[in-house]
Ligand binder design. Structure first.
Ligand code: AFP
Length: 351
Protein backbone atom coordinates (compact mmCIF):
# COMPACT_ATOMS: atom_id res chain seq x y z
CA UNK A 1 0.00 0.00 0.00
CA UNK A 2 1.34 3.39 -0.96
CA UNK A 3 2.38 5.53 1.96
CA UNK A 4 0.99 9.04 1.54
CA UNK A 5 3.02 10.52 4.41
CA UNK A 6 5.14 13.30 2.91
CA UNK A 7 8.87 12.78 3.30
CA UNK A 8 9.27 16.26 4.72
CA UNK A 9 6.39 17.69 6.65
CA UNK A 10 5.93 21.34 5.68
CA UNK A 11 3.68 23.66 7.55
CA UNK A 12 3.09 27.17 6.32
CA UNK A 13 4.45 29.69 8.85
CA UNK A 14 1.78 31.38 10.95
CA UNK A 15 0.51 34.49 9.22
CA UNK A 16 2.37 37.38 10.77
CA UNK A 17 0.82 40.78 11.18
CA UNK A 18 4.22 42.28 11.97
CA UNK A 19 5.63 44.51 9.27
CA UNK A 20 9.12 44.72 10.73
CA UNK A 21 11.59 44.88 7.87
CA UNK A 22 9.50 46.86 5.40
CA UNK A 23 11.08 50.04 4.10
CA UNK A 24 9.99 53.52 5.15
CA UNK A 25 8.78 54.17 1.60
CA UNK A 26 6.60 51.04 1.63
CA UNK A 27 5.21 52.02 5.05
CA UNK A 28 4.36 55.51 3.80
CA UNK A 29 2.82 54.16 0.59
CA UNK A 30 0.69 51.63 2.50
CA UNK A 31 -0.52 54.51 4.67
CA UNK A 32 -1.66 56.35 1.56
CA UNK A 33 -3.39 53.26 0.16
CA UNK A 34 -5.47 53.15 3.34
CA UNK A 35 -6.93 56.54 2.36
CA UNK A 36 -8.69 56.25 -1.00
CA UNK A 37 -9.13 60.04 -1.24
CA UNK A 38 -5.41 60.72 -0.74
CA UNK A 39 -3.78 62.80 -3.47
CA UNK A 40 -0.25 61.59 -2.75
CA UNK A 41 0.84 65.01 -1.51
CA UNK A 42 1.28 63.94 2.12
CA UNK A 43 3.02 60.73 1.04
CA UNK A 44 5.39 62.68 -1.12
CA UNK A 45 6.14 65.12 1.73
CA UNK A 46 6.96 62.28 4.14
CA UNK A 47 9.20 60.71 1.53
CA UNK A 48 11.09 63.99 1.21
CA UNK A 49 11.59 64.00 4.99
CA UNK A 50 13.10 60.50 4.64
CA UNK A 51 15.37 61.73 1.85
CA UNK A 52 16.54 64.72 3.90
CA UNK A 53 17.25 62.38 6.84
CA UNK A 54 19.50 60.27 4.61
CA UNK A 55 21.35 63.32 3.32
CA UNK A 56 21.82 64.77 6.81
CA UNK A 57 22.99 61.37 8.10
CA UNK A 58 25.75 61.28 5.52
CA UNK A 59 26.86 64.77 6.59
CA UNK A 60 26.64 64.02 10.32
CA UNK A 61 28.66 60.83 9.87
CA UNK A 62 31.48 62.88 8.34
CA UNK A 63 31.39 65.47 11.12
CA UNK A 64 34.39 63.86 12.81
CA UNK A 65 36.36 65.07 9.82
CA UNK A 66 35.16 68.60 10.56
CA UNK A 67 38.56 70.12 10.77
CA UNK A 68 39.63 68.43 7.57
CA UNK A 69 36.47 68.98 5.55
CA UNK A 70 35.26 72.04 7.33
CA UNK A 71 31.85 72.05 9.03
CA UNK A 72 33.04 74.36 11.74
CA UNK A 73 31.79 77.78 10.77
CA UNK A 74 35.42 78.80 10.25
CA UNK A 75 37.68 79.03 7.25
CA UNK A 76 38.84 75.85 5.55
CA UNK A 77 42.27 75.16 4.06
CA UNK A 78 41.24 76.78 0.78
CA UNK A 79 40.44 79.95 2.69
CA UNK A 80 36.68 79.52 2.07
CA UNK A 81 34.06 80.27 4.69
CA UNK A 82 32.52 76.91 5.62
CA UNK A 83 29.07 76.20 7.00
CA UNK A 84 28.20 74.85 10.40
CA UNK A 85 26.54 71.45 10.41
CA UNK A 86 23.24 72.82 11.74
CA UNK A 87 23.11 75.27 8.83
CA UNK A 88 23.89 72.44 6.42
CA UNK A 89 21.05 70.36 7.91
CA UNK A 90 18.70 73.34 7.66
CA UNK A 91 19.45 73.91 3.99
CA UNK A 92 19.23 70.20 3.22
CA UNK A 93 15.69 70.07 4.61
CA UNK A 94 14.64 73.27 2.84
CA UNK A 95 15.96 71.98 -0.48
CA UNK A 96 14.42 68.51 -0.10
CA UNK A 97 11.01 69.98 0.80
CA UNK A 98 11.21 72.71 -1.83
CA UNK A 99 11.63 70.13 -4.61
CA UNK A 100 7.96 69.09 -4.33
CA UNK A 101 5.00 71.44 -4.59
CA UNK A 102 3.21 70.33 -1.41
CA UNK A 103 5.06 72.17 1.33
CA UNK A 104 4.00 75.82 1.22
CA UNK A 105 6.52 77.07 3.77
CA UNK A 106 8.70 75.97 6.65
CA UNK A 107 9.53 77.36 10.05
CA UNK A 108 12.91 76.34 11.39
CA UNK A 109 14.65 76.81 14.69
CA UNK A 110 17.59 78.10 12.65
CA UNK A 111 15.72 80.91 10.87
CA UNK A 112 14.01 83.99 12.35
CA UNK A 113 11.14 84.18 9.86
CA UNK A 114 9.21 81.51 7.96
CA UNK A 115 10.69 80.47 4.60
CA UNK A 116 8.22 80.43 1.72
CA UNK A 117 8.73 77.41 -0.55
CA UNK A 118 5.71 77.67 -2.89
CA UNK A 119 4.02 80.63 -4.54
CA UNK A 120 0.93 78.57 -5.28
CA UNK A 121 -1.58 79.37 -2.47
CA UNK A 122 -3.06 75.87 -2.85
CA UNK A 123 0.06 74.19 -1.43
CA UNK A 124 -1.57 72.17 1.37
CA UNK A 125 1.03 71.74 4.14
CA UNK A 126 3.60 73.60 6.21
CA UNK A 127 6.41 72.05 8.17
CA UNK A 128 8.22 72.94 11.38
CA UNK A 129 11.63 71.57 12.26
CA UNK A 130 14.71 71.81 14.39
CA UNK A 131 17.25 70.71 11.77
CA UNK A 132 20.01 69.65 14.16
CA UNK A 133 19.03 69.62 17.80
CA UNK A 134 21.79 69.21 20.38
CA UNK A 135 24.32 70.67 17.98
CA UNK A 136 26.62 71.74 20.81
CA UNK A 137 27.24 67.98 21.22
CA UNK A 138 28.65 67.52 17.70
CA UNK A 139 32.23 68.26 18.70
CA UNK A 140 32.18 65.57 21.39
CA UNK A 141 30.61 62.84 19.25
CA UNK A 142 27.37 62.62 21.22
CA UNK A 143 24.01 61.79 19.63
CA UNK A 144 22.13 64.64 17.97
CA UNK A 145 18.91 64.72 15.99
CA UNK A 146 16.39 66.35 13.69
CA UNK A 147 12.86 67.05 14.98
CA UNK A 148 9.90 67.74 12.67
CA UNK A 149 6.16 68.26 12.49
CA UNK A 150 3.67 68.66 9.63
CA UNK A 151 0.58 70.88 9.75
CA UNK A 152 -2.25 71.34 7.27
CA UNK A 153 -3.00 74.86 6.05
CA UNK A 154 -6.56 76.04 6.51
CA UNK A 155 -6.52 79.10 4.28
CA UNK A 156 -5.71 79.07 0.56
CA UNK A 157 -6.49 82.63 -0.56
CA UNK A 158 -2.88 83.71 -0.13
CA UNK A 159 0.55 82.19 0.07
CA UNK A 160 1.54 80.80 3.47
CA UNK A 161 2.04 83.21 6.34
CA UNK A 162 3.23 82.91 9.93
CA UNK A 163 -0.41 82.37 10.90
CA UNK A 164 -0.35 78.92 9.27
CA UNK A 165 2.18 77.87 11.91
CA UNK A 166 0.53 79.29 15.00
CA UNK A 167 -1.63 76.23 15.61
CA UNK A 168 -1.70 74.05 18.72
CA UNK A 169 0.31 70.85 18.60
CA UNK A 170 -2.87 68.75 18.69
CA UNK A 171 -3.42 69.91 15.06
CA UNK A 172 -0.23 68.20 13.86
CA UNK A 173 -0.84 65.66 11.10
CA UNK A 174 2.48 63.94 11.64
CA UNK A 175 5.57 64.41 13.75
CA UNK A 176 8.77 62.62 14.49
CA UNK A 177 12.49 62.80 14.84
CA UNK A 178 15.70 61.40 13.45
CA UNK A 179 18.29 60.30 15.98
CA UNK A 180 21.87 60.27 14.71
CA UNK A 181 23.20 57.83 17.30
CA UNK A 182 25.08 54.55 17.09
CA UNK A 183 22.74 54.06 14.13
CA UNK A 184 20.37 56.52 12.50
CA UNK A 185 16.77 55.96 13.56
CA UNK A 186 13.74 57.78 12.19
CA UNK A 187 10.70 57.73 14.48
CA UNK A 188 7.41 58.75 12.90
CA UNK A 189 3.76 58.97 13.87
CA UNK A 190 0.60 60.27 12.31
CA UNK A 191 -1.22 59.91 15.63
CA UNK A 192 -2.37 57.34 18.18
CA UNK A 193 -4.44 55.39 15.64
CA UNK A 194 -1.53 54.60 13.35
CA UNK A 195 0.96 54.30 16.24
CA UNK A 196 4.58 55.30 16.62
CA UNK A 197 7.14 53.45 14.52
CA UNK A 198 10.92 53.53 14.30
CA UNK A 199 12.92 52.89 11.14
CA UNK A 200 16.62 52.11 11.31
CA UNK A 201 18.82 53.29 8.49
CA UNK A 202 20.99 50.74 6.70
CA UNK A 203 23.73 52.84 5.09
CA UNK A 204 24.89 49.92 2.95
CA UNK A 205 21.65 49.94 0.97
CA UNK A 206 20.56 53.51 1.66
CA UNK A 207 17.16 52.58 3.10
CA UNK A 208 15.26 52.99 6.37
CA UNK A 209 13.75 49.67 7.56
CA UNK A 210 10.97 49.29 10.11
CA UNK A 211 12.76 48.10 13.25
CA UNK A 212 10.65 49.41 16.15
CA UNK A 213 7.03 48.66 15.37
CA UNK A 214 4.21 50.22 17.45
CA UNK A 215 6.35 51.77 20.17
CA UNK A 216 4.51 52.06 23.51
CA UNK A 217 6.08 53.89 26.41
CA UNK A 218 5.93 51.93 29.71
CA UNK A 219 3.42 53.26 32.23
CA UNK A 220 6.20 54.02 34.67
CA UNK A 221 9.97 54.04 34.42
CA UNK A 222 13.07 53.95 36.56
CA UNK A 223 14.98 57.02 35.41
CA UNK A 224 14.59 60.79 35.47
CA UNK A 225 16.32 63.17 33.08
CA UNK A 226 16.92 66.80 34.00
CA UNK A 227 19.83 69.24 34.01
CA UNK A 228 20.46 69.00 37.74
CA UNK A 229 23.05 71.79 37.52
CA UNK A 230 20.08 74.18 37.36
CA UNK A 231 18.84 73.06 40.79
CA UNK A 232 19.50 76.44 42.42
CA UNK A 233 17.40 78.13 39.70
CA UNK A 234 14.34 75.86 40.00
CA UNK A 235 11.05 76.71 41.64
CA UNK A 236 10.26 75.18 45.01
CA UNK A 237 7.86 72.48 43.65
CA UNK A 238 10.47 71.27 41.13
CA UNK A 239 13.06 71.05 43.92
CA UNK A 240 10.67 69.07 46.11
CA UNK A 241 9.85 66.66 43.22
CA UNK A 242 13.59 66.25 42.57
CA UNK A 243 14.28 65.45 46.24
CA UNK A 244 11.34 62.99 46.27
CA UNK A 245 12.54 61.08 43.20
CA UNK A 246 15.92 60.54 44.88
CA UNK A 247 14.50 59.25 48.17
CA UNK A 248 14.66 55.57 48.95
CA UNK A 249 11.30 53.80 48.80
CA UNK A 250 11.06 50.23 47.50
CA UNK A 251 7.29 50.28 46.91
CA UNK A 252 7.56 53.12 44.35
CA UNK A 253 10.91 51.97 42.92
CA UNK A 254 12.83 54.97 44.25
CA UNK A 255 15.44 56.30 44.02
CA UNK A 256 15.20 56.63 40.24
CA UNK A 257 18.45 56.59 38.27
CA UNK A 258 19.56 59.84 36.66
CA UNK A 259 20.31 60.07 32.91
CA UNK A 260 20.99 63.30 31.02
CA UNK A 261 22.67 63.63 27.64
CA UNK A 262 21.81 67.26 26.88
CA UNK A 263 20.44 66.41 23.42
CA UNK A 264 16.66 66.43 23.62
CA UNK A 265 16.36 63.82 20.87
CA UNK A 266 18.60 61.39 22.76
CA UNK A 267 17.04 62.04 26.18
CA UNK A 268 13.48 61.87 24.86
CA UNK A 269 14.14 58.77 22.76
CA UNK A 270 15.58 56.87 25.72
CA UNK A 271 12.59 57.96 27.83
CA UNK A 272 10.17 56.83 25.09
CA UNK A 273 11.66 53.34 24.88
CA UNK A 274 12.48 52.72 28.55
CA UNK A 275 9.92 54.89 30.33
CA UNK A 276 10.55 57.44 33.07
CA UNK A 277 10.53 61.20 32.83
CA UNK A 278 12.36 64.01 31.03
CA UNK A 279 11.96 67.54 32.38
CA UNK A 280 13.19 70.96 31.32
CA UNK A 281 11.14 73.16 33.66
CA UNK A 282 11.08 76.93 33.79
CA UNK A 283 13.65 78.43 36.15
CA UNK A 284 14.94 81.84 37.13
CA UNK A 285 17.29 81.89 34.10
CA UNK A 286 14.58 80.77 31.64
CA UNK A 287 11.24 81.82 33.17
CA UNK A 288 9.35 80.61 30.05
CA UNK A 289 11.39 77.41 29.79
CA UNK A 290 14.29 76.86 27.42
CA UNK A 291 12.91 74.56 24.73
CA UNK A 292 10.96 75.76 21.70
CA UNK A 293 7.25 74.99 21.54
CA UNK A 294 6.95 74.61 17.76
CA UNK A 295 10.17 72.80 16.93
CA UNK A 296 10.88 70.70 20.02
CA UNK A 297 7.99 70.43 22.47
CA UNK A 298 5.05 69.94 20.08
CA UNK A 299 6.56 67.20 17.89
CA UNK A 300 7.73 65.26 20.95
CA UNK A 301 4.43 65.78 22.77
CA UNK A 302 2.63 64.40 19.69
CA UNK A 303 4.92 61.35 19.60
CA UNK A 304 4.69 60.69 23.35
CA UNK A 305 0.90 60.92 23.46
CA UNK A 306 0.60 58.65 20.41
CA UNK A 307 2.81 56.13 22.26
CA UNK A 308 0.64 56.26 25.42
CA UNK A 309 2.74 58.77 27.35
CA UNK A 310 2.15 62.35 28.47
CA UNK A 311 3.61 65.78 27.76
CA UNK A 312 2.97 68.82 29.91
CA UNK A 313 4.39 72.16 30.94
CA UNK A 314 4.01 70.90 34.50
CA UNK A 315 0.51 72.33 34.69
CA UNK A 316 -0.93 72.27 31.15
CA UNK A 317 -1.01 69.82 28.27
CA UNK A 318 1.62 70.86 25.71
CA UNK A 319 -0.58 69.98 22.70
CA UNK A 320 -3.30 72.43 23.82
CA UNK A 321 -1.07 75.52 23.85
CA UNK A 322 -1.94 77.99 21.09
CA UNK A 323 1.41 79.53 20.06
CA UNK A 324 1.64 83.31 20.01
CA UNK A 325 4.91 83.47 18.09
CA UNK A 326 7.19 81.22 16.04
CA UNK A 327 10.10 80.88 18.43
CA UNK A 328 8.04 80.67 21.61
CA UNK A 329 9.63 78.74 24.46
CA UNK A 330 7.94 76.43 26.92
CA UNK A 331 8.71 74.34 29.98
CA UNK A 332 8.58 70.68 28.89
CA UNK A 333 7.94 67.50 30.84
CA UNK A 334 7.66 64.26 28.85
CA UNK A 335 7.35 60.68 29.88
CA UNK A 336 5.48 57.72 31.27
CA UNK A 337 1.97 58.71 32.26
CA UNK A 338 2.35 57.78 35.95
CA UNK A 339 5.68 59.60 36.25
CA UNK A 340 4.31 62.74 34.60
CA UNK A 341 1.21 62.58 36.82
CA UNK A 342 3.42 62.66 39.92
CA UNK A 343 5.37 65.66 38.57
CA UNK A 344 2.09 67.53 38.00
CA UNK A 345 0.91 66.68 41.53
CA UNK A 346 4.04 68.37 42.89
CA UNK A 347 3.44 71.41 40.66
CA UNK A 348 -0.14 71.70 41.97
CA UNK A 349 1.12 71.51 45.54
CA UNK A 350 -0.69 68.20 46.16
CA UNK A 351 2.51 66.56 47.38
P1 AFP B 1 21.92 72.88 21.63
O1 AFP B 1 21.28 72.60 20.29
O2 AFP B 1 22.42 74.29 21.79
O3 AFP B 1 22.98 71.86 21.98
O4 AFP B 1 20.75 72.76 22.73
C1 AFP B 1 20.17 71.53 22.93
C2 AFP B 1 18.85 71.70 23.60
O5 AFP B 1 18.03 72.60 22.90
C3 AFP B 1 18.13 70.37 23.79
O6 AFP B 1 18.44 69.45 22.79
C4 AFP B 1 18.55 69.90 25.15
O7 AFP B 1 17.57 69.10 25.77
C5 AFP B 1 18.75 71.19 25.90
O8 AFP B 1 19.04 72.19 24.93
C6 AFP B 1 19.88 71.11 26.87
O9 AFP B 1 19.97 72.29 27.57
P2 AFP B 1 21.00 72.48 28.80
O10 AFP B 1 22.38 72.45 28.19
O11 AFP B 1 20.65 73.79 29.38
O12 AFP B 1 20.78 71.33 29.74
Amino acid sequence: MADDTPLVSWKSPPLSTSRVGITLETYILEGMMGHPAATGAFTSLLNQVGLAAKLITSKVRRAGLANVLGYTGQTNVQGEEVQKLDEVANETLIQALGRRSHCAAIASEEVDEIVLLQKDPRAPYVMVFDPLDGSSNIDVNISIGTIFGILRRHEHEHVATEQDFLLPGKDLLAAGYVLYGSSTLLVLTTGAKSGVHGFTYDPTVGEFFLSHESIRIPDKGKTYSINEGNCALWTEPVRRWNAWIKEEDKTTGRPYGQRYVGSLVADAHRTLLKGGIFAYPSDTKSPDGKLRLLYEANPFAFVFEAAGGKATTGTDRILDIVPQKLHQRTPLVLGSSRDVDVFEQFMRGER
